[in-house]
Design a protein around this ligand. Structure first.
Ligand SMILES: [Cu+2]
Length: 126
């Protein structure tokens, strides 16, 4: 007797759970997708303001990784002085020259650290 009673009690419970699950499944994506897209767009648009000014020297150009090896000065509150690999866009990569001192904007993106607004600077003449 007991198993039957237990089953009888469980079936409506399972059915209710399944129903809630399917409702959540079907109702969530249409509502969440536009919101998530808007959020992502806002985050991307806000990124330049989150960039950190960087001074350093290009010590290597790694075209196959779309990256520059940059020896940079300390970026207060972000990272100590170091030599690191930074992703750049194709134009920046093409213009980059080894041993070139630069100023740039350091950005943290989902796929790692990027360097933007790379500008060559002359070494201090003093
Ligand atoms: Cu660094």
């Amino acid at each position: 007797m007991r198993p039957t009673v237990l089953l009888a009690a469980l079936v409506p419970l399972l059915a209710a759970t399944a129903l809630r699950g399917s409702e959540a499944c079907c109702a969530t994506p249409p509502a969440a997708t536009p919101a998530a897209t808007t959020e992502a767009a806002e985050t991307t648009a806000a990124k330049p303001a989150e960039g950190h000014p960087l001074r350093g020297v290009i010590v290597g150009v790694l075209a196959e990784r779309s990256s520059l090896l940059v020896k940079h000065e300390e970026i207060p509150g972000v990272m100590r002085a170091m030599t690191m690999l930074l992703k750049v866009d194709a134009d920046t990569l093409a213009a980059a020259k080894k041993d070139q001192p630069i100023t740039a904007t350091l950005l943290k993106k989902a796929d790692g650290w990027w360097l933007q607004d790379v500008k060559p600077v002359e070494p201090a003449a003093s």
